[in-house]
Design a protein around this ligand. Structure first.
Ligand code: ZN
Length: 488
């Protein structure tokens, strides 16, 4: 036992040194052609399997790397994916580094882990050094509508692997204009958060919170400025809150398949517009954090116990459809920042930090959703992309149903409250007896797919389908939404 601990310590220590050394002089970004060469090389190693998970809009391969544990008895499936945003490269570099490091030292991948990596989800954006893909779509806002080939391939991969734990890798600017105007640089070097969509299983959400807490402490111990991921304005006046509890990003888009899901946001300090002078440090931080996640045995043990539990959780009877971040305690919080002149760390009080997700309104779970025949084509495509099963009604039948009306969609970003646009405000009509026409789609809300059906289709959802042009177009002139709630 004692010997084992020494060995683990030695590996951990030498790896830290190894990472720093390997990255110290390497500030070069890996482009698509180089990544393709690297994955072909990895594929020739028997423990690595490289496949094409799909193609980007411009036909580039979306490479997926599978690394088996040496004993090939893996029970814990982990999936790291990076660069949905093409101009956020550190996660990709860390995944490539991790794959090569495991090739050199197989023991780095603990026993019982099967690791899957997709380093470059958006190669077209990466080649242009831009956030969006080739047709100017933000892939990390496409997880509900799945209109882009890259996110379609990513979701096929989620369903093929069904990872117990997935991480979406991003970056943010530590020297945003808002902070620099105050003479500050953001203190945080790396952040992480867990999936928080209100329909997710509470027990799994609590496990996610536990992991973020543990790996965060480990990073702070290594001297890396870590915080739980939050967004929003500059303290003390701005409002800050944790990541968006919506379905349209990878964080919650992956979680709805039933495993744990996380986001990492690495911090970029551009300094004189030299984008990548700090790349080695960013990749270093990223790699260390990913290794902390892989090392955490508690999350494996507890999550597997939850997923294998005898009594499965029932479908929620309520669908939260109006929720917001708020403050439910009087505890004050200071946000550390770095003075850009002196490099000193200062603590700024943050009276508008909103740490608690409050559910303001819910609707009852319907038995099924119906889609009117004139919208069947668009919705059958959507349901197929999500692999949510549905039937086409052959004979007209009478059901108790509820129509929903669209009141408004708040399209603009709200500067005052720093809230994203796209909030859908809708109202539910009374239950009525209605003859449903042949050709309507019938989507059951059952144990197997019900959670995903509710997450995608619920017409009263606050950040639902109608924030997107494809679905906004389908709203009738009398404001009726195309998805109808079937009560009985
Ligand atoms: Zn991003």
């Amino acid at each position: 036992m004692f010997k084992l601990c020494i060995l683990t310590l030695f590996i951990a220590h030498s790896l830290g040194a190894q990472i720093s050394e390997a990255l110290e002089h390497n500030t070069q970004l890996t482009n698509y052609a180089e990544l393709t060469r690297i994955v072909k090389d990895l594929d020739s190693d028997s423990r690595f399997t490289v496949t094409e998970a799909g193609k980007s809009g411009e036909g580039r391969s979306l490479w997926l790397i599978r690394i088996s544990d040496p004993m090939r008895t893996a029970k814990w499936r982990v999936f790291f994916y990076a660069q949905q945003h093409g101009n956020e490269p550190a996660g990709k570099e860390a995944l490539i580094y991790l794959a090569k490091a495991i090739q050199e030292n197989p023991k780095l991948l603990g026993r019982g882990i099967e690791l899957w990596l997709m380093p470059m989800v958006n190669p077209d954006g990466a080649e242009r050094d831009q956030r969006r893909n080739a047709v100017d779509a933000d892939l990390n806002r496409d997880h509900m509508i799945l209109e882009q080939p890259e996110t379609q391939a990513l979701h096929k991969t989620f369903r093929a692997i069904l990872p117990h734990l997935a991480i979406d890798c991003h970056e943010f600017a530590r020297d945003s204009d808002d902070y620099m105007e105050k003479g500050w640089i953001e203190w945080t070097e790396i952040m992480m958060d867990f999936a928080n969509y209100p329909l997710l299983d509470d027990a799994l959400v609590i496990e996610g919170a536990g992991l973020v807490n543990r790996v965060g402490k480990a990073m702070l111990k290594q001297g890396v400025h870590f915080q739980r991921y939050f967004v929003g304005g500059v303290p003390p006046d701005g409002e800050q809150r944790y990541s968006a509890p919506d379905m349209d990003g990878g964080l919650n888009g992956a979680a709805i398949y039933g495993g744990l899901s996380f986001i990492i946001e690495g911090g970029v300090y551009r300094k004189d517009n030299e984008d990548n002078h700090d790349l080695p440090k960013r990749v270093n931080n990223y790699t260390r954090l990913l290794l902390e996640v892989l090392k955490d045995k508690k999350i494996r043990r507890q999550t597997l116990a939850l997923l294998n539990r005898q009594t499965k959780p029932e479908l929620p009877i309520w669908i939260p459809n109006n929720y917001f971040w708020a403050k439910s305690s009087e505890a004050t919080l200071n946000i550390p920042v770095i003075d850009s002149q002196t490099q000193n760390v200062m603590q700024i009080p943050a009276p508008n930090f909103m740490p608690d997700l409050v559910i303001k309104k819910s609707v009852s779970r319907p038995q099924a959703y119906l889609i009117q025949p004139e919208h069947a084509a668009v919705f059958s495509e959507l349901l197929q992309q999500h692999a949510i099963p549905f039937d086409v009604i052959q004979q007209p039948a009478t059901y108790q149903i509820q129509y929903c009306l669209l009141d408004t969609v708040e399209m603009e970003f709200d500067d005052l409250y720093h809230r994203y646009g796209g909030r859908v405000i809708s109202s539910m009509q009374a239950v009525e007896s209605h003859r449903v026409e042949a050709g309507s789609l019938f989507v059951p809300v059952d144990m197997k797919n019900g959670l995903r059906a509710m997450a995608i289709l619920e017409p009263t959802q606050m950040f639902g389908l109608y924030q997107y042009p494809t679905y906004f177009k389908l709203v009738a002139s009398d404001r009726r939404l195309p998805v109808v709630r079937l009560i009985k």
